[in-house]
Design a protein around this ligand. Structure first.
Ligand code: ZN
Length: 462
């Protein structure tokens, strides 16, 4: 009995000892983090150039040569920073990515100034504290620490802090670097945002590693008609055609399926979940069609993990109260599994309409990146470190429904993994919202996690 009482506390002490960086490293990371949050780099109104310049100044002061620091971007206000820390060159470089723009924040919407870095009640507050300036601060702080400690990696470590991830657009830093400075960021693989540690009910349950993401297709469903006077209606009506087609869409669902990533995810979930879903989650991982049906019904997130989804999001039509409509149109937003093609989705939806009066067109470009392979080196290192720092917590590969800059990198053959090790309450994620924050301990533990992870992935024999 004594053994069981004593042992866990010993483990806890040593885990805490390992999980916090030394005091000077914490101070460095915190001051970089503060500087980043207090630079207003709003996606629509701000500039990322000041961020790039501030971080370059830190790197120069730490002894990084000018030749290894690049600043540039699509326009003068949307600069990116790329810095290279040289290794022995035995293996291809590793790229560490973070975006430096943030979603806008208005003082009147917040309970404090969003562009003032405030530590209060165990949290760091400010726009970008979660998305994505914590990771940017940690990449820079850790790079400076590697240099000071004389760490000699067996591959170059490249840090890229990039512009305009939020909403993409013409100044997106990753797209710009791929097009204009490809050699600066060429790497065997990349670590990025998109994964974080999940806390549920006050307990750490998983350290999520994003391996793939769904891609987006927006369709316009359009019906045109010659119209006429509303006093003499006919059956052939644009609004009726469209609404009948949308009604069929509401009753339609794409087939349920799993892939390598989601099978691993459901397998891990079956071990974490001790509720009524446990057995079904394990059965989904084994490919049971019946279990998939039940699990998809249990939660919209699990449903979206198991199938491509398409939903009507906007509607327009008609031109006068007393005229038969000449136009009825809807936008249908699809989140597509990486293994489903755009052609497959379009053909399927055309069949779903059941009506050739409804014409489907794709709005804008479709950017589809392949899933990153489940690289055993990345997943093993992340799993081992997670278990060391937070005993019993698994690292879980996930596919996300949104999109990150990883999309562009995957498309050119650089597998990208969303991994941070910052733990947060999954029911209180404040990215893009008011009073955005990250736990103080969570930040510093993430600093250690990423320090060790990058070290492991750039040391021979890892
Ligand atoms: Zn982000």
């Amino acid at each position: 009995m004594l053994r069981f009482l004593v042992l866990p506390s010993l483990v806890a002490v040593s885990a805490i000892g390992q999980s916090m960086p030394p005091e000077p490293e914490r101070q460095l990371a915190r001051s970089i983090y503060k500087e980043l949050v207090e630079i207003k780099s709003g996606y629509t109104t701000g500039s990322t150039t000041q961020v790039a310049e501030a971080m370059a100044a830190r790197l120069r002061a730490a002894g990084f040569p000018e030749a290894d620091i690049f600043i540039g971007g699509a326009v003068p206000t949307k600069a990116n920073l790329v810095v290279r820390y040289h290794g022995s060159g035995r293996r291809k470089p590793i790229l560490l990515l973070a975006h430096t723009d943030v979603v806008e924040a208005k003082r009147e919407d917040w309970s404090m100034d969003p562009f003032q870095f405030i530590e209060r009640d165990g949290y760091f507050y400010g726009r970008g504290t979660g998305d994505d300036k914590a990771q940017a601060a940690v990449w820079i702080a850790n790079l400076i620490r590697y240099k000071r400690e004389g760490f000699r990696p067996d591959r170059d470590i490249i840090v890229a802090l990039t512009a305009d991830e939020e909403g993409g657009g013409p100044y997106n830093g990753v797209e710009w670097l791929i097009k204009n400075k490809r050699s600066l960021i060429d790497a065997e693989f990349c670590l990025n945002e998109g994964g974080w540690g999940e806390i549920a009910g006050g307990k750490k349950i998983s350290n999520d590693i994003q391996v793939s993401e769904k891609y987006v297709i927006n369709f316009r469903w359009e019906v045109r008609n010659k119209g006429g006077h509303s006093s003499m209606p006919v059956a052939d009506n644009a609004i009726y055609h469209l609404s009948a087609a949308l009604d069929r869409l509401s009753k339609f669902a794409f087939p349920l399926k799993t892939n390598e990533v989601t099978r691993t995810y459901f397998e891990a979930m079956s071990k974490i979940d001790n509720g009524p879903a446990k057995a079904d989650l394990a059965a989904v991982a084994r490919g049971s069609a019946e279990a998939m049906q039940r699990v998809a019904r249990m939660s919209p997130a699990w449903n979206a993990t198991l199938r491509t989804t398409c939903v009507a999001t906007q509607i327009e039509g008609g031109h006068a109260k007393n005229a038969l409509p000449q136009l009825a149109a809807a936008t249908v937003n699809c989140r597509v599994l990486p293994e489903d093609s755009a052609e497959y989705v379009q053909t399927t939806l055309q069949q779903v309409t059941g009506d050739d009066h409804v014409i489907l067109t794709i709005l804008g470009d479709v950017s589809k990146g392949p899933a990153s392979p489940m690289r055993p080196d990345v997943l093993k290192a992340a799993g081992r470190l997670t278990d060391t720092m937070w005993p019993g917590v698994p690292a879980v590969p996930i596919m996300v429904m949104g999109a990150t800059d990883g999309l562009y990198l995957r498309a050119i053959g650089i597998p990208t993994y969303g991994v941070q090790g910052f733990f947060m309450d999954r029911d209180d994620i404040r990215f893009h919202g008011r009073d955005e924050r990250l736990g103080v301990t969570a930040f510093f533990e993430g600093q250690t996690f990423l320090y060790e992870l990058v070290k492991a992935l750039s040391s021979a024999g890892a």
